[in-house]
Design a protein around this ligand. Structure first.
Ligand SMILES: Cc1cc2nc3c(=O)[nH]c(=O)nc-3n(C[C@H](O)[C@H](O)[C@H](O)COP(=O)(O)O)c2cc1C
Ligand code: SF4
Length: 435
């Protein structure tokens, strides 16, 4: 992949240093690196949180929770140590942006961790990378070593009298450990299954201490907010959605890639102008707007701004920023099946509606797709998915159910065609798809 794909509407904030050799600390310093951390060291914790709140930054991990507000939930006094934890698990299908941050600008992650730590008076931070991103560990470890050598980490950082350490870690490769509480379990060396909440991580998190956990893009954005100013950053986006977002455009597009665009950017424009439209004169059928767990939009539903509120209003979610474009040749039953195969495989198996539900959904979708389906399968698929919603221990169950409901609701005719024609009309070979 190129360091970043660009378009005249691109606004390089997070990607400001991409492709400029900023993996070296010397180059990072030339590009205004660690200035934000130095500035934060002159501020009170409340002032730091105030700046992040004023930026209207919302979490880039999926749910879009306001970052400054999350930090403000951490109690000021705590008998246990406080921690900052970077979620670099990036396992949502169609999402490949955090990886670019680690590859291109690892010091921005470290600097963001330092600022987050100052806001809650934490003395230790962790950067957790997904198992399959083991190659990025080398880049991150080198950057951490460089920061220690400069005195930006360790004892008396920047000569401030404050001590702060950073540890890097990879998972073993599981979607579920992207979920924040499962990630903490995994980091503590246990099986990656979620924890009961409340209490939330801000109060009882890693090793039982108050913990800020944020997505890698969220954390890497923080130094840029201090660099350009919270008000300027907020202005780039829409009312309650500050700044930019790294959108990962994939699927049937002339120019797929990761583009940094303002929050609220029109989805139709993103597909037809930024992504160059659909190749080979084909028509658009559907768009998954924010990673595989977000409900699909039809071609008629794409004239919307890509921020958390507008996509929510359109019945889907902005999620992780993974935009998947599907042309008219795609079989939506097959697409639903491939999606469910992923969730069935990645279900941690701890609670029944998700463990059994994803398995039954995969079986039913396979049957319909392969031509062995019966009439009631379509309603059963929807009924099963609806009964998983809100009844699972963590949101992975919802992540599997929500897109399935939308596939059946919006593309029911395709499911019916599979029953009537006894098999996928788009694939002559009646084989199960995927592994
Ligand atoms: C099954 C599942 C997988 C998740 N995977 C990720 C992930 O890979 N990266 C991530 O940042 N957040 C992921 N999340 C969301 C995290 O639980 C958490 O909300 C996020 O790290 C908070 O950071 P933010 O406020 O900066 O978005 C996942 C959630 C669920 C339920
Ligand atoms: S919903 Fe239940 S089974 Fe599925 S991943 Fe979460 S805890 Fe595990």
């Amino acid at each position: 992949m190129p360091p970043i794909s660009t378009h005249p509407d691109s606004v390089p904030v997070v990607s400001y240093r991409f492709g400029k050799g900023a993996t070296s600390i010397e180059r990072y310093l030339e590009l205004e690196g660690y200035e934000a951390a130095k500035k934060a060291l002159t501020m009170t914790p409340d002032a730091i949180i105030g700046e992040v709140k004023a930026s209207n930054l919302r979490g880039r991990g999926g749910a879009g929770f306001p970052t400054g507000l999350k930090w403000s939930f951490v109690p000021k006094q705590s008998a246990k140590p406080k921690y900052v934890l970077v979620n670099g698990d990036e396992s949502e299908p169609a999402t490949c942006k955090d990886r670019l941050i680690f590859e291109q600008d690892p010091h921005a992650v470290i600097e963001g961790v330092i600022i987050a730590a100052l806001s809650i008076q934490a003395r230790m931070g962790f950067i957790y990378l997904r198992g399959e991103y083991r190659y990025l560990l080398k880049i991150m470890e080198k950057a951490v070593d460089e920061a220690y050598a400069k005195g930006f980490l360790g004892k008396n950082i920047f000569g401030s009298g404050i001590d702060f350490d950073v540890v890097t870690q990879t998972g073993a490769g599981a979607y579920e450990v992207g979920e924040e509480s499962a990630l903490m379990e995994s980091l503590e060396g246990k099986r990656g299954i979620p924890r009961i909440r409340p209490p939330f991580p801000a109060v009882v998190g890693l090793y039982g201490g108050p913990t800020i956990i944020n997505n890698a893009e969220t954390i890497a954005t923080v130094p840029h907010i201090f660099r350009i100013g919270a008000a300027e950053y907020a202005k780039i986006g829409t009312e309650r959605n500050g700044g930019t977002r790294l959108f990962c455009l994939s699927g049937h597009l002339e120019r797929p890639g990761v583009y940094e665009l303002p929050m609220g950017y029109n989805l139709k424009k993103m597909i037809y102008e930024v992504g160059g439209g659909i190749p080979n004169g084909k028509k658009l059928k559907a768009v998954v707007p924010g990673g595989s767990s977000t409900p699909v939009l039809t071609a008629d539903e794409i004239d919307i701004g890509m921020d958390f509120d507008q996509v929510g209003k359109a019945g889907s979610m902005l999620g992780s920023g993974g935009v998947v474009v599907l042309d008219e040749t795609v079989c939506m039953v097959e697409f639903a099946l491939r999606t469910m195969k992923f969730y069935r495989h990645e279900s941690c198996g701890w609670c029944i509606p998700c463990r059994e539900g994803t398995d039954w959904l995969e079986k039913s979708l396979t049957r319909v797709h392969n031509g062995g389906g019966v009439d009631k399968d379509i309603d059963n698929i929807r009924y099963l998915a609806e009964n998983m919603l809100g009844r699972t221990f963590c949101p992975l169950g919802d992540a599997a159910a929500m897109p399935t409901i939308a596939f059946v609701q919006k593309f029911r005719k395709e499911f019916e065609d599979h029953l009537e024609g006894r098999g996928c009309p788009k694939h002559r070979v009646q084989e199960p798809v995927g592994v």
